[in-house]
Ligand binder design. Structure first.
Ligand SMILES: [Fe+2]
Ligand SMILES: [Fe+2]
Length: 287
């Protein structure tokens, strides 16, 4: 869909918060996600992907900023950049800790850097924002599942990693439509947006599954059949892999889709209070 009139974005607060986390040092290959083998390796891989991924999002949106005329969207772009830069910084600290525990988060970081430089070389500014909007739909969907589903929160136990992911999830939900709206402001075609999502999905899934498998191969617990089978069987009930999550991910491929179709206004307000309200669990983490 190419629009001729200037694109106007809905008002949303995209606030930058600076936080300080204190991650404990774990033992070698400690399964920090619910004592679970596969999920610990998968979260370590995803955390490894964030810093370079988020730097790519920032560069993509910044490079197309001249196409944004709406002052509301301009303000959101500034908030988006501030939030993503802060997320990348915090995940880098966590990734170093995970690296000390044996996880390949830092290797994943270097791999993603090379991959995204290639994506940058091969694509136009508008297509790069299309890739950003597609990946932002993934982060927003997983973020909102975490914020909505107590089972997903329970999986993360009561650790500093849980705190980091809850804060990150809240902000992913707050800015979930920004890259999408920039793509629209730059008159991005609908067919191209959907085509980019399909391509991005294949690469993203291969990357996550491939790196998680590689990561697990280095962990002795993987070679204990009971541990491995129990962990693989638990995936059937994993809150992030339920059917409605896939439906939500796929809804992006509908013409006319907008991230606000999945309204998260109340969820955001609830978690803002829960994390950063007067008695918020992360109020003491704010710098
Ligand atoms: Fe982020
Ligand atoms: Fe994001």
């Amino acid at each position: 869909m190419a629009e001729s009139r200037p694109y106007q974005a809905k008002h949303r607060d995209v606030k930058v918060r600076r936080l300080q986390f204190d991650y404990p040092i774990g033992s070698r290959f400690q399964h920090f996600v619910d004592g679970d083998l596969v999920m610990s390796h998968a979260v370590a891989v995803l955390s490894g992907m964030f810093p370079e991924g988020e730097d790519f999002f920032v560069r993509s949106v910044r490079d197309l900023r001249d196409r944004v005329t709406d002052p509301e969207l301009k303000a959101q772009v500034a908030g988006f950049i501030g939030q993503e830069v802060t997320h990348g910084r915090e995940h880098r600290v966590l990734n170093e800790r995970l690296g000390q525990m044996g996880y390949r988060s830092m290797k994943v970081d270097r791999h993603v850097r090379r991959l995204l430089r290639l994506v940058e070389k091969l694509n136009t500014r508008r297509r790069r924002v299309g890739v950003t909007a597609a990946l932002e739909h993934y982060t927003a969907t997983f973020a909102e599942v975490l914020l909505e589903d107590p089972d997903a929160q329970r999986l993360l136990g009561n650790t500093e990693v849980r705190n980091l992911l809850l804060w990150h999830a809240l902000e992913e939900s707050e800015h979930k439509a920004v890259a999408f709206d920039v793509y629209r402001a730059a008159a991005g075609w609908e067919w191209l947006r959907i085509w980019i999502m399909r391509t991005t999905t294949v690469i993203f899934i291969l990357e996550v599954v491939g790196h998680t498998a590689l990561s697990m191969l280095r962990d002795r617990a993987t070679y204990n059949p009971r541990t491995l089978i129990r962990s693989l069987a638990a995936l059937r009930h994993n809150p992030f892999l339920k059917r409605h999550v896939w439906q939500r991910l796929r809804s992006y491929n509908r013409r006319g889709f907008h991230p606000d179709d999945w309204d998260a206004t109340n969820l955001i307000e609830q978690w803002k209070v829960e994390l950063f309200g007067e008695h918020g669990t992360l109020a003491d983490h704010l710098r």
